[in-house]
Every structure is written in C-alpha cells, then in structure tokens.
Design a protein around this ligand. Structure first.
Ligand code: PLP
Length: 408
C-alpha cells in the first residue's frame, strides 16, 4: 500500500489498496495471462520456492492479477477493524475459480473424516448439496439447525462433540433470514470451534464478520463484489495468516480451484465502485420492498428492512443497510408467480444476484431445484416464492415494470 496515512473511507481502500507497481508503469494492474513465471537465476527460483508467499512461480499457486484482487478484498473485510493487540487487522485472501471452489478449500483444509459441520437451515442450494453430496462421501457430516435459536445452537454443540466448524450464511438464500454472528460465534468459541461466514449477500460494505471473532469469511465474488455479472469467482479470507499461507493455500493449490487473470481483473474493476453500487442497490431495494408490501396481490415479503421480517433487529444490529435481496409470495401462489415473471419487460429473468441490473428468479424450480421439496418447504422456500436481486437502475423503472407485471 503506497499511502502513508490511514485511509478513512472504504471506497478509498477499494481503489488504492493493491500494489499496482509493474514494469510497464501501467496505471491498472495488468492482466497477467501467463501460466508460469521466469526465474532470472536458479538461485532466484529456489528463493521463491522457499518463501512462504510462493509468488511468481506458477499461476495455479498464485498470480499478480489474482493478488491485486485478493489484497483489495482482504483490506475491505478488515476495514476499520483491529486485532487483539489494537493493531489494524491483517487478513489473507485466496481467490478461487468459483464460490463453490473457495468453499471446498474452506471445508477440506479445516476438517477431516469424522468431523461435523453445524449450519443453518436456509442456505444456498449449492452449499446444501456440497454438504450432503460431496463432503458426506469424505466422512464429513453436517447438522442443519435453526441457528437463530441460541438454545438450539448450544444444545446441538453439547450433544455432538464431533462438531468442529459452524458455518453461517447471513443473510441467507433466499428467505433473507439472518443469524446473529456475534452471539453464535461467542457460543462456538466457548467450545473451541471454527466459525466461517458466507458474506456473499452483504459484502464487506454492509457487514464485517471478522468484527465478531470469526475465523473465515467466504464470498461468491460472482455476485456484488464483481457487480456486473462478468465472471464466476470465489474468495476465502482468513485471519490466521500463517495458516492461510500454508495449509489452506496447500489445499487450494492441490485442489486446483485457482482463478484466472481475466476474471480476477474484472473483479478488481468491479470492487472499485462497491460502496456506490451498494448504496444505490439498498436504496432501491427498500423502495421495492415497501411497494410490494403495500400491494394487494402480495401475500408476504421477506426483506429485513421491513419491520415485519422476524430478523429485522439482527439485521439492523450487524448490517449497515438491509441489502439488495428480497423474496416475496403472491396471493395467487405458483401460477400467479409464473405469470408475474413472464410479464416482466425490463427486469431480467435469470438466476445469480448482485449484478447492476435487477434479476428475478424462482428458487423452487431454479437455485433450490435439487433440495428435496419437504426440506425446501421447511426452510421457507415455498413453491410460489420469487427472489429479487434489486439492481441500480432508476427505481421508478423497476417499480413501473413490477406494476405492469402485477396488474395486467
Ligand atoms: C450465498 C451463496 N454462496 C455461494 C454461492 C456459490 O458461488 P458460485 O456460484 O460463485 O460458485 C452462491 C451462488 O449463487 C451463493 O448465492
């Protein structure tokens, strides 16, 4: 980092954190599209291999374009936070090919056969499948419980000594349920458990889980961090720098879930405007949620900015704003939902979220298709639920599109 004085704003951090020095004096970190790096001498090669940083060796192990994005994400998650000694918190990020790859590194590098994960019952469908279809085969089991009930958290941990890691997704997909990161982490730490948080929906601008003593934060960077829907990616961030540079890095390198220079570059570009985008996303989302809540055809709106959401207070406690994701159910159920989605003229019918444009999806038939129906319903993902990722268009146009689609 070039600056001598501490930066006071998160946008300044997003733009000025990574080291942009390069031989061509390019203003922006170049796209280093190279699989390998040249050693000037054998001695230099040996030194690079010996170093804990393993830089400029081979791109599955790391690459300067990945590093630029990694350093920025680590700085955003650490922004304004301090370590146990009152010093600015230092974090290490590892960029991956996808959110799923980053999650795989997280669980595989920290757990072994016989260990159990404790997680919440509203989760991204891919995380649920990773737990039950992949990790289970390696002998790592998962207990799914309502982590919003702290008595259940405590009881479940006490009754299951094999639990080694608590994984929290908050806000959770697609019900926007929120888990109290501080309270759950406090219980987990009394039992010496590892805590990881999927911060994809919130981004470090809205929520910083390291503030509450968690060990790892994870993002699908495909979403708000990239912001423009141009690349799949994932990142794992940890506060034990040595662990991140050794065991976690080793699993990451051996599993082969590395990013690529083009996607890392797009991510770096996207993160520069994170604050501006999130402010507008959240402003628009509040308007859309209020509009839906007042509409005669709408049975229920799940948005933590509304006092009607059961997790309104938790969200207010740990998030700067309630975010850009919401889901809602029409009084006419599945059929009315399908008609609404088909009638939209500007908002985009697509899965994924966190792009600058508004995306609408139907979780039961799309993102949560592979979750058994009875499980899905238990999680609150009903057949007629519609998920909205509110974009940064002019909000009047989003509302006009909803109005014509709901009232035709
Ligand atoms: C909350 C959450 N976590 C993880 C993932 C997985 O990320 P990716 O699709 O980048 O692998 C997603 C994807 O939608 C998600 O929404």
């Amino acid at each position: 980092m070039k600056e001598q004085f501490p930066l006071t704003g998160i946008s300044s951090v997003a733009m000025h954190t990574c080291n942009t020095e390069n031989d061509a004096h390019a203003h922006i970190t170049p796209i280093y599209a190279t699989s390998t790096f040249v050693f000037d001498t054998a001695e230099q090669g040996m030194e690079r291999f010996k170093s804990i940083d393993k830089e400029k060796i081979y791109s599955r192990w790391g690459n300067p374009t990945f590093k630029a994005a990694e350093d920025t994400i680590a700085a955003l998650e650490a922004f304004g936070l301090q370590d146990d000694f009152g010093k600015p918190l230092q974090l290490k990020a590892l960029l991956h090919a996808s959110g799923q790859a980053a999650m795989t590194t997280l669980f595989m590098s920290n757990l072994k056969s016989g260990d159990t994960i404790l997680s919440h019952f509203s989760l991204y469908g891919g995380t649920y499948e990773l737990f039950h279809k992949v990790l289970e085969q390696t002998g790592i089991n998962t207990i799914i419980a309502d982590l919003r009930d702290l008595n259940i958290v405590e009881d479940t941990i006490k009754k299951n000594p094999s639990i080694k890691l608590v994984h929290i997704e908050t806000p959770a997909n697609p019900t926007i349920q929120c888990v109290d990161i501080e309270a759950v982490t406090k219980i987990a730490k009394q039992h010496q458990l590892i805590v990881s948080v999927d911060n994809t929906f919130a981004t470090p601008y809205l929520q910083q889980p390291f503030k509450y003593g968690v060990d790892f934060v994870f993002h699908s960077t495909t979403k708000f961090l990239n912001g423009h829907g141009t690349a799949i990616g994932g990142v794992l961030i940890g506060k034990d720098i040595d662990l991140m540079k050794t065991k976690v890095w080793k699993w990451h390198a051996l599993l082969g879930g590395n990013s690529n220079a083009f996607d890392a570059f797009l991510l770096s570009m996207g993160m520069k405007t994170l604050e501006l985008r999130m402010e507008r996303h959240c402003h628009n989302a509040m308007e859309v949620a209020s509009y839906l809540e007042a509409h005669d055809s709408v049975a229920q709106v799940n948005y933590t900015g509304l006092t009607s959401h059961p997790d309104y207070y938790i969200s207010m406690k740990q998030m700067k704003h309630p975010g850009a994701l919401m889901s809602f159910e029409l009084k006419g159920g599945l059929e009315a939902g399908k008609q609404f989605i088909d009638k939209l003229q500007m908002c985009v019918r697509a899965v994924s979220l966190g792009t600058v444009d508004t995306l609408i999806s139907h979780p039961a038939s799309m993102t949560h298709f592979s979750v058994p129906r009875e499980e899905r319903i238990k999680f609150g993902i009903t057949d007629g639920l519609i998920r909205v990722s509110v974009g940064i268009e002019n909000v009047a146009d989003i509302l006009n599109d909803f109005e014509q689609a709901l009232n035709l």
